[in-house]
Design a protein around this ligand. Structure first.
Ligand code: A3P
Length: 281
């Protein structure tokens, strides 16, 4: 099957079920009118970088309880909810999106909201996205990794550093960047950074508890046991958003030639960027 991806606010992805491309475009246009509140916390992430992980962590920090969020991430995701639903959410909202900044609500930059971004080695992102697209339970795509990688390097790779460029140019909005690899290695100190950025009260025990509750194994199990049927699943019945959760899985997929090509395109795209996905790259 040919892979069909649609413009979801600058990022190319599958459409949510029951939405046509025309409806999606109208929805994204309408989001310009959403009023962002000063106490909103915004997760701005590239797909497959660990957004659901961060969602659980920040949800626990904001609520002051190390309990799993009763709501799924998509319930506060700009691409997935209509304006009225987003407007009716109580503060502080934990909004999240993969859209590019120029599609965001008009008052986003002046709102004073807090922005957290999780970044991940784009090679692991590519492998994760390949599985997401191919293994999604409604997917009609059964392409090979070697078919998928050129697609990723075409449309998707161009988006890698857009965030940084646009945010630095246009706003003094504080952005906290968290690296997936650091969160993986030192969850307690990285979660502490998030807590300090959000200025929430915490003890080290609270943070250690959140790190444990949000470990890959615990999130996977929770997803299977508690939310099964609510959240997205793969065609194998496993949670779509919690696949493997490791650093460096790309080494099991990339050939030497694919790696060289990726490095070349990455260098071109990231030219002039302050960000570097250095470790294990
Ligand atoms: P893999 O497909 O490499 O396993 P997103 O939430 O942005 O869609 O990102 C999904 C990726 O984050 C998946 O990567 C998923 O397994 C990984 N992930 C989710 N929770 C994690 C956790 N607690 N620890 C490590 N990785 C996690």
């Amino acid at each position: 099957e040919v892979l069909k991806l649609y413009d979801m606010g600058g990022i190319y992805s599958q459409l949510p079920p029951r939405t046509t491309p025309r409806e999606m475009k109208a929805h994204i246009d309408a989001l310009k009118y959403l009023k962002i509140r000063p106490d909103d916390v915004f997760l701005f992430t590239y797909p497959k970088s660990g957004t659901h992980w961060l969602w659980e962590i920040v949800g626990m920090l904001l609520s002051g309880r190390s309990e799993y969020n009763k709501n799924v991430k998509e319930s506060q995701m700009l691409e997935c909810q209509d304006l009225e639903t987003l407007e009716s959410l109580p503060s502080p909202r934990l909004l999240n999106t993969h859209m590019l900044p120029d599609r965001l609500p008009d008052n986003f930059l002046s709102s004073g909201c807090e922005v957290i971004n999780i970044l991940r080695n784009p090679k692991d992102v590519a492998v994760s996205l390949f599985h997401h697209i191919r293994d999604f339970e409604n997917s009609v795509y059964n392409g090979l990794w070697s078919d998928f990688l050129p697609l990723f390097l075409g449309e998707q790779s161009k988006k890698c550093n857009t965030w940084e460029k646009i945010l630095q140019k246009q706003t003094s909005t504080p952005v906290l960047n968290i690296w997936y690899e650091d969160l993986h290695e030192n969850p307690v100190s990285e979660i502490q950074r998030v807590a300090e950025f959000l200025q929430v009260d915490y003890t080290i025990e609270d943070i250690a508890n959140i790190a444990d509750k949000c470990s890959f194994q615990n999130l996977y199990t929770t997803e299977m046991e508690i939310r099964h049927g609510v959240k997205a699943r793969t065609r194998f019945g496993t949670p779509l958003m919690f696949r493997k959760g490791v650093v460096g899985d790309w080494k099991n997929y990339f050939t030497v030639a694919q790696n060289e090509r990726f490095n070349r395109i990455y260098r071109e795209q990231m030219n002039g960027s302050q960000l570097s996905f250095g470790r294990d790259f």
